[in-house]
Design a protein around this ligand. Structure first.
Ligand code: ADP
Length: 308
């Protein structure tokens, strides 16, 4: 049985719903608020575990504060193995302060907390083998992400890197990545170019610039995703849905991609399924709470077929 290891962050999310996002110097009143579980590592692990439904093991390698018992229990309930989640002595669990406006657009302020104390020594020596998937992001110290990528690649695992937030991942890290999954902003930050206004502009950018990774899957919000692999470029359109809350869409996408690759599906098929899973996730409130099961994605895929 293939396994998925996610090395990444765990956060407590505080979500404030507002009519309009505050501008600098402005105070706005929330029209609703709630607390949830988040962090890209935890989110992507939950997305993969929910879609996997036990077909493969999903473990999370992370660090939390002593205040995270409820978070660990929730992850376990979703089928995520938390045996490699370490506890920091004196630091709180990471926190994300998220504002979401009525159209579903969001801004996020992160307090890294215990995530910033994750060290290379906290990584398991065995980070997957051929057929397994290692998935990492940017919300932990860069040297830990780099070490996890190098260790998993050396063992023959398929390495997915979601460069979020996008800091300067060196070519030494990127060249070991099988599938890089940035959103449009992250892609442009990595390339050091302005964000193109159209999808055609993105495609031109991808044709002109190269990153030393195996394949690229760029997520484009309501416009779906673009896959760039050895066969060329493929646009995968997103189904039309009513977006309620886009927090966690990218994480659902990454978790779904990992789930499919662990099942041995080809990357392009994996991206098509990830677009469906992520579209479903924006129709519900919250990050982890809105992530679908495999059956829900199957049903949605069938509905899409029927309306064609
Ligand atoms: P992030 O959440 O990292 O900013 P995106 O906004 O690109 O990333 O969203 C990730 C994926 O979620 C997209 O590729 C798409 O599949 C899906 N998605 C996001 N917003 C919508 C939307 N409004 N309608 C349909 N799918 C969406």
């Amino acid at each position: 049985m293939a396994s998925i290891t996610v090395v990444g962050s765990v956060n407590r999310d505080v979500v404030l719903q507002v009519r309009g996002l505050p501008r600098p110097g402005e105070t706005v009143h929330a029209v609703g608020s709630r607390e949830g579980l988040g962090g890209k590592g935890a989110n992507q692990a939950v997305a993969a575990a929910r879609l996997g439904g036990g077909t493969h093991a999903v473990r999370l390698v992370a660090k939390v504060g002593g205040d995270a018992q409820d978070i660990l229990a929730s992850l376990e309930k979703d089928g995520v193995d938390t045996g490699w989640v370490a506890t920091a002595d004196r630091t709180r669990t990471g926190m994300a302060l998220i504002t979401v406006d009525e159209p579903g657009e969001n801004t996020i302020v992160l307090d890294g907390g215990a995530n910033q104390e994750l060290t290379v020594a906290d990584l398991p020596l065995e980070l997957g083998t051929s057929g397994d998937v290692l998935m990492a992001q940017g919300e932990i110290p860069p040297e830990v992400t780099g070490a996890a990528v190098a260790r998993a690649a050396a063992r023959g695992a398929t390495v997915i890197l979601n460069p979020a937030p996008a800091y300067a991942f060196g070519d030494d890290v990127l060249k070991r990545v099988d599938v890089l999954v940035p959103n449009l902003g992250e892609l442009c930050a990595l390339l050091g170019v302005p964000v193109p206004a159209t999808r055609g502009g993105v495609e031109e950018l991808l044709a002109a610039r190269t990153l030393p990774v195996g394949a690229l899957v760029v997520t484009l919000g309501a416009d779906g995703a673009i896959v760039l692999d050895s066969e060329g470029m493929l646009h995968v359109p997103a189904p039309r849905v009513t977006a309620v809350d886009t927090v966690g869409a990218g994480d659902t996408f990454c978790g779904a991609l990992a789930d499919s690759l662990a099942r041995g599906r080809p990357l392009r098929i994996a991206a098509e399924r990830a677009v469906l899973a992520a579209a479903l996730s924006v129709t519900g409130v919250g990050a982890q709470s809105a992530m679908p099961t495999a059956e829900e994605v199957d049903q949605f895929a069938q509905q899409q077929e029927n309306t064609r």
